[in-house]
Design a protein around this ligand. Structure first.
Ligand code: GCU
Length: 605
């Protein structure tokens, strides 16, 4: 077995804090449940009630919310009390839990008390958040642990030196106000669900722990497993064993002086051929990483993904992406649990999908592990959506950090085949260099997966032209088009002409139209199920003739909340392009797409 000196996947250089991956297999204690909350639109939570001038922002105020202060005597003035405040159920957005918070965008403080005893005094303790939308400030026992920006990626803080055995008070200030420089920016077509929207965990690790790793098939091979392992401390010559019992693999390696190691080893024929992961056979192997301090298990699938000319090859075979776009929402609230993931991905499977586009931001990890298990290839995306501030370096670093966090978290998931840089971003030189830099950063972190983006197209003399310059830097040229909804003529759609200068696979990453489930009429009556059904029929006939077409992910699996969609009696705050209503009822177009996917599955098998 050679010590692998090249770079399949660089150890994700130390972020502001070490991001723990594979948290579901680590030694964790959940902090999910009821948290007290205080709505604080004026950011009173920082102020010192004793100060004369109330607009003084005294960040070390003894009575600030993060100190969870209680009056020492009956005469003392303190104007808040977390323990007498109402509860929010965490993980969960506040908008869908409290009617008076449905449209709330602002600051809200949450508090959770807990006791904790380390099982070994030399162990280390981390506080992990699956996601907080949009900005989080985290305090433990009055100590500011740090901040995080970005509403859809995980982060954690080490709390070993701050945690107490009894009566810890964890206070999180969440701010979901939208602003120009943010990622996403002010304008989106989805609900700005605020809060601690994903799991909160205490994770106890040994003094020296497995901090990060990648174990995947080496790019360009189908029988060499390669990757890296990074320990938390730079311990030289630490023995690490990688074992995959079902493949009879047990490899011992030693760490370098920096406490990490790149490796590669072939899976010899005696261990039997690798059963490659695919939608029809989503094989996952138990992989164990053992050190003298801990054993960490993961469930990893092995597969190859590449493009060759206009084909997308999974395990060397040309495929067609039978997809559907999905927002992280179920019945009008953030879908953040394993049961939500099972419902949404079961619907995708019923539709005949082998592919899902997780729009427009990284979804919770349950979705990725469920896709691994159920056999759905995944397009993951960061919320570089519409007209973000492409000229702003802080905005770029935010987007880059969100991309780093999602690649760090999901780089061992076989289901993830595409990293998407953006959605419908307006053309400009600033936007091109912004996206090119993100593309280069992605390739540096993970050279094994494909890179795409949902682009816009233009029309010329009645022909659809797919020639966005950024396409030169993408593996798959994907684009959104709304023939028959935002324009165009459905009757003649099947004869529409499309052209592209790229000799690359093309994917239609969005098309669709609204229908209110249960509203019926003729195919010419907008908002009826019959209109949506006809729109799908005509678009599918048109799409089959698009040059280099190798997949679609129509917009969208289920109706979802959007403040932009206000037509009374029809939208009522929901985008109705779902093939399934927000109450889980399938519309007629669901069956149109299902029939098409049945045909494509036969054609590509
Ligand atoms: C846009 C966008 C989606 C939006 C959809 C629509 O292209 O990508 O986020 O919801 O079209 O207009 O319904």
């Amino acid at each position: 077995m050679k010590i692998f000196l090249g770079f399949l996947l660089l150890p994700i250089m130390a972020l502001s804090q070490v991001l723990l991956i594979n948290t579901s297999n680590r030694n964790s204690t959940t902090l999910n449940g009821n948290w007290n909350y205080i709505v604080d639109p004026y950011e009173t939570g920082y102020y010192n009630f004793h100060s004369e001038v109330y607009d003084q922002k005294n960040v070390n105020s003894p009575a600030a919310f993060y100190n969870n202060y209680h009056a020492k005597n009956k005469s003392e003035l303190v104007e808040y009390d977390f323990d007498k405040s109402p509860f929010l159920s965490i993980p969960g957005d506040w908008n869908s839990q409290k009617e008076n918070l449905l449209y709330y965008e602002g600051t809200l403080w949450l508090k959770k008390s807990f006791d904790y005893n380390l099982s070994n005094s030399s162990n280390r303790l981390f506080l992990y958040f699956g996601a907080v939308n949009y900005k989080a400030e985290v305090y433990l026992n009055g100590t500011k642990l740090g901040v995080h920006e970005g509403g859809f990626t995980p982060f954690n803080f080490e709390i070993t030196s701050v945690v107490k055995a009894k009566d810890n008070y964890l206070v999180v200030k969440v701010d979901n106000k939208r602003f120009k420089e943010a990622v996403p920016t002010i304008n989106t077509d989805w609900w700005n669900y605020g809060g601690i929207t994903r799991d909160v965990l205490l994770i106890e690790e040994p003094a020296v722990f497995i901090q990060d790793y990648t174990i995947q098939l080496k790019k360009g091979t189908n029988s060499t497993i390669a990757g890296f392992i990074k320990l938390s401390n730079a311990v030289k010559d630490e023995k690490i064993t990688i074992s995959i019992p079902e493949l009879k693999i047990e490899k011992e390696i030693q760490t370098s002086a920096e406490g990490n190691i790149q490796f590669e080893f072939s899976v010899s024929s005696k261990s039997g051929k690798i059963k490659y992961w695919s939608p029809t056979s989503p094989k996952l192997y138990e992989v164990f990483i053992k050190t003298s301090h801990q054993t960490l298990k993961d469930d990893i699938g092995f597969r190859t993904i590449e493009t060759k000319g206009v084909d997308i090859l999974l395990n060397g075979k040309s495929i067609y992406l039978r997809g559907i776009s999905i927002h992280e929402e179920y019945d009008g609230s953030r879908a953040n649990g394993e049961s939500d993931a099972l419902v949404l991905l079961t619907w995708a499977k019923e539709l005949g999908c082998n592919f899902i586009r997780l729009a427009h931001y990284p979804h919770n990890e349950y979705m990725l592990r469920m896709a691994d298990k159920m056999g759905l290839m995944v397009w993951e995306e960061i919320p570089v959506y519409w007209s973000i501030d492409f000229n702003n370096n802080t905005t770029y670093n935010n987007a880059k950090n969100q991309l780093t966090e999602v690649i760090t978290r999901d780089k061992n998931r076989a289901s993830v085949i595409i990293w998407s840089m953006a959605n419908e971003t307006p053309l400009s030189e600033a936007r091109n260099s912004f996206l090119k830099n993100l593309i280069n950063h992605t390739k540096m972190l993970d050279s094994t997966r494909l890179i795409s983006a949902a682009l816009l197209t233009r029309g010329e003399k009645g022909v659809g032209i797919i020639d966005d310059k950024i396409g030169e830097h993408l593996d798959i040229v994907a684009f959104n088009q709304y023939m028959g909804w935002y324009g165009g003529d459905l009757a003649t759609a099947p004869n529409a002409k499309w052209e592209t200068p790229f000799n690359k696979p093309v994917v239609v990453s969005e098309f669709g139209g609204d229908a209110l489930q249960g509203l019926h009429g003729t195919k010419d009556e907008r908002w009826t199920e019959e209109y949506q059904e006809y729109l799908y029929q005509q678009n599918l006939l048109m799409i089959e003739k698009i040059p280099n077409i190798r997949g679609i992910s129509p917009w969208i699996l289920t109706d979802f909340r959007s403040p932009k969609r206000v037509l009374p009696g029809i939208q009522d705050g929901y985008n109705r392009k779902g093939l399934i209503s927000n109450k889980g009822i399938k519309k007629k177009a669901f069956f149109t797409l299902h029939a098409f996917y049945k045909k494509m599955a036969l054609q590509y098998n």
